[in-house]
Ligand binder design. Structure first.
Ligand code: AMP
Length: 398
């Protein structure tokens, strides 16, 4: 466990507790919340603080307003949903700094909850501006960071604020994310198998390099598999290949071999001439991709092979889809992988990018040990990086 303080290790009674959460929920075309997972994910921390008699001040971003007020990205809609989930009145303020906010916070009583307006209505938030961070910090006496999904960014509300406010502690979601990740990557029950997919090798090189040093086996699917296949001499047609990554792919293959890590690539693929739901598709062995066709999903033989690779795994970490899963015709490989992972006896951790979206499309996602709430943050952990939002928290002995 990282040597940081968490919310259950500090006194919050009657204190103004500033809590950074990630309420960046997806909205549908009517502007309604289409998925409230991110709000539900921080309820344990909020409820704990309320039980302990704290005054809870919630701060979050939503979308990309680029430093300007945008009514479509107001957190007012989140306030309504949160009120329902907590079964309690909460106060929503239409700013996140300033006199009115300060005055309202000073009037708070133990057990009150205030949600402040979108932090990113101020460009200073993403610039990690000191003055903005100080104004946020002045609102609280304790800072809790429960926004794992933004922990890979050094912004005013998760890093800057810790310069002016102490203690800065992690919330329960943060704790859960870190604990699961560490038990999978630092003290794994072996064999540890990583599954990497998604679009490009370039976006995942650091993760690949780091994983090669830790895992027993690695499965590579998705668009990135074609750069590896091309590197070892297959004709890949119009498939997604990053020519400038062929050397890197070879280097990774060699390094896997040198370290005794077994690396698996697809043996067959679903191909089409276009990325189109109406395109004619074929399943071919990897040796038989015709010119002008592209691989858009792993084929059934690869699905079986990968399931066998995962058969005896004790720990599985997965990032990135096996194909263009957004289109039904190219989603089978990813959906089959969700089934295999969900029904495995291993400890299974999934996260990063769109992987959670793919996983939630299958009814069995509840069988996965942990689905990370962080896209980019999870990927950076896979890369072996220290996340600034976690680094900024108060250390235990401090
Ligand atoms: P990433 O964000 O890197 O995990 O990439 C996710 C994206 O990769 C998804 O939107 C998929 O549609 C895309 N993808 C997966 N497999 C392929 C493929 N074979 N060709 C093109 N795109 C792919």
């Amino acid at each position: 466990m990282v040597n940081k303080l968490f919310v259950d290790q500090v006194n919050v009674k009657n204190k103004r507790v500033l809590v950074r959460v990630d309420f960046n929920v997806p909205l549908d075309s009517m502007g309604e919340i289409s998925d409230d997972t991110r709000i539900r994910a921080v309820l344990p921390t909020i409820n704990y603080l309320l039980d302990e008699g704290a005054k809870v001040i919630l701060i979050s971003h939503m979308g990309r307003p680029k430093g300007k007020r945008d009514p479509k990205l107001s957190l007012a809609i989140v306030a309504k949903r949160l009120q329902r989930l907590l079964q309690k009145d909460i106060l929503f303020l239409n700013d996140c700094i300033g006199h009115e906010v300060k005055a309202a916070v000073e009037r708070m009583r133990s057990g009150d909850v205030i949600l402040l307006e979108n932090l990113r209505f101020y460009a200073e938030e993403e610039k990690n501006d000191e003055n903005f961070a100080r104004q946020l910090a002045e609102l609280g006496e304790v800072f809790v960071n429960d926004a794992f999904a933004t922990a890979h960014r050094a912004h005013a509300s998760n890093v800057g604020v810790c310069k002016f406010l102490s203690p800065c502690v992690g919330g329960f979601l943060m704790k859960k994310e870190i604990t699961y990740f560490q038990s999978a990557m630092e003290h794994p029950v072996r064999p540890l198998v990583a599954i990497l997919g998604g679009a490009k090798v370039s976006g995942k090189i650091e993760a690949l390099r780091n994983l090669i040093n830790k895992v027993d086996k690695i499965i590579i699917g998705g668009g990135m598999a074609f750069t590896f296949l091309k590197a070892i001499g297959y004709e890949t047609g119009k498939s997604m290949v990053e020519e400038n990554m062929l050397d890197v792919a070879m280097e990774i293959l060699k390094s896997a071999k040198n370290q005794g890590v077994k690396l698996y690539l697809p043996v067959d693929v679903v191909i089409a001439e276009e990325v189109d739901p109406r395109a004619v598709t074929k399943i071919v062995p990897i040796q038989e991709i015709p010119a002008g066709w592209m691989g858009l999903d792993i084929g059934p033989a690869s699905t079986t092979l990968f399931a066998e690779v995962l058969e005896n795994a004790k720990t599985i970490v997965w990032n990135g889809p096996m194909g263009v899963f957004e289109i039904d015709a190219f989603s089978r490989g990813t959906l089959a992988m969700v089934n295999t992972v969900a029904n495995s006896y291993a400890m299974t951790i999934v996260g990063g990018g769109d992987t959670d979206v793919a996983v939630h499309r299958v009814g069995e996602s509840y069988k996965i040990s942990y689905i990370s709430t962080g896209g980019g943050a999870f990927l950076e952990l896979l890369e072996g990086k220290e996340l600034p939002g976690i680094a900024a928290l108060t250390s235990k002995e401090a």
